[in-house]
Design a binder for this molecule. Structure first.
Ligand code: NAD
Ligand code: IPM
Ligand code: MG
Length: 380
């Protein structure tokens, strides 16, 4: 039987994006060459600030078309001071357009301690960070990011600017179902913590009502509680285990809380994400490839770009999520996660020295990639 062939579009982007993506590409190439069952065909496209420089737009039509035809997309990060908030054409709207066009409403951001040995790097007390296991499920194509807005300087009220947070019942229902299915896939099922600002915002009152109704009608076996976003932000650093399980929240709150949750394992550079147009399906014999966009949760880190010191683990773990959720390839996905954990944990491999600077180490991006590749070779 000829190997199944998967088309993967790679969008390195800006800043540290190309540096971290190149390590994840090495990992995917190794996975592909180690199997006779499937073949990963990787192709790189311009996206973000680098695409603005070349073509005048962040998401050129050729890139969008390739993404629409791909089985999955691996992205680095986009943006940077060259295309800052005052620029006429900026990279970030390109990312929002890509997410919206592909209908990727479910953003899944696991935040757990990738390794017990990271405990010494968490800025929290080890006793507070130990045992944290949360998955942020962020609504990705609604809310303030996509509501109507007005920039300052536009007539008639030149001195005002505004954005609107809009959610419909169906938008909240579908992301609630994704959170529920993720919660149910665990044994025992995870608790759901819905985060909103229902004491002030109308959109949050709709959110809370729809989450409550959807779960009580369709998933009555799941435990649900509600937190206001300000107090949830406090809990994530004061006693994060109280939020173990699924954190279900809207677009902007999810953006903020997921960066905040990266404090627990110790670095923003560690955390991966998947953006899907539905709930992830469990790998099985009849698994159908499901397109998705996979990216670390961090940005282009202009302060360290070009230095070769960025942590590639969030991007490598995003590649593992890509194999699992889009292609149904559970074994290599697990192998990558095991290799990352071993490199972080195993003393004979250099122990705590095998870290990039964000985790107190001194090795570079490529060297960390080399170690992960070596361990992965022995597992595959
Ligand atoms: N999905 C994306 O492409 C994405 C996500 C977030 C921010 N951005 C963009 O990135 C640009 C910079 O944003 P920012 O500086 O606020 O956030 P950032 O995430 O780029 O960086 C925040 C801090 O974390 C550090 N950091 C981030 N990733 C790291 C890694 N892999 N290894 C080690 N350290 C890492 C940085 O050095 C910096 O000190 C902005 O233009 C923003 O819009 C893009
Ligand atoms: C770059 C920006 C548009 C993006 C977001 O806010 O969604 C980023 O912060 C993220 O978390 O992916
Ligand atoms: Mg963000």
């Amino acid at each position: 039987m000829s190997p199944r062939s998967f088309r993967i579009v790679v969008l390195p982007g800006d800043g540290i994006g190309p540096e971290v993506v190149s390590q994840a590409v090495r990992v995917l190439e190794l996975v592909s060459s180690s199997s006779s069952d499937f073949d990963l065909k990787l192709e790189t496209h311009d996206f973000g600030g680098c695409a603005i420089d070349k073509t005048g737009e962040p998401l050129p039509p050729t890139t969008l078309k390739a993404c629409q035809e791909a089985d999955a997309i691996l992205m680095g990060s986009i943006g940077g001071p060259k295309w800052g908030v005052d620029a006429k054409i900026r990279p970030e709207p390109g990312l929002l357009a890509l997410r919206k066009t592909l209908g990727l409403y479910a953003n899944i951001r696991p935040a757990n301690l990738a390794s017990e040995s990271l405990l010494e790097y968490t800025p929290l007390k080890p006793s507070v960070a130990q045992g944290v296991d949360m998955i942020v499920v962020r609504e990705l194509i609604g809310g303030l990011y996509f509501g109507t807005r007005k920039e300052q300087g536009v007539e008639p009220d030149v001195d005002t600017a505004w954005d609107s947070m809009i959610y419909s019942v169906s938008e909240v229902q579908r992301i609630t179902r994704v959170a529920a299915q993720i919660a149910l896939a665990a044994d025992p099922p995870l608790e759901i913590h819905s985060i909103d600002k229902a004491n002030v915002l109308a959109a949050s009152r709709l959110w809370r009502k729809v989450v409550t109704e959807t779960l009580s009608k369709e998933y009555p076996q799941l435990k649900l509680d509600h937190h206001l976003v300000d107090s949830a932000a406090m809990l994530i650093v004061a006693s994060p285990k109280r939020l173990n399980g699924v954190i279900l929240t809207e677009n902007l709150f999810g953006d903020i809380l997921s960066d905040q949750s990266s404090v627990i394992p110790g670095s923003l550079g560690l955390l991966p994400s998947a953006s899907l147009a539905g709930a992830p399906s469990a790998p099985s014999a009849d698994f159908k490839p499901t397109p998705g966009l996979y990216e670390p949760i961090h940005g282009s880190a202009p302060d360290i770009a070009g230095k070769g010191i960025a942590n590639p683990i969030g991007t490598i773990l995003s590649a593992a999520m890509l194999l699992r959720y889009s292609l149904g390839l559970e074994a290599p996905a697990k192998a990558i996660e095991t290799a990352v954990r071993k490199v972080l944990d195993t003393p004979e491999l250099g122990g705590h020295g095998l870290r990039t600077a964000d985790l107190g180490g001194s090795i570079g991006t490529t060297e960390l990639g080399d170690h992960i590749i070596e361990v992965l070779k022995s597992i595959l």
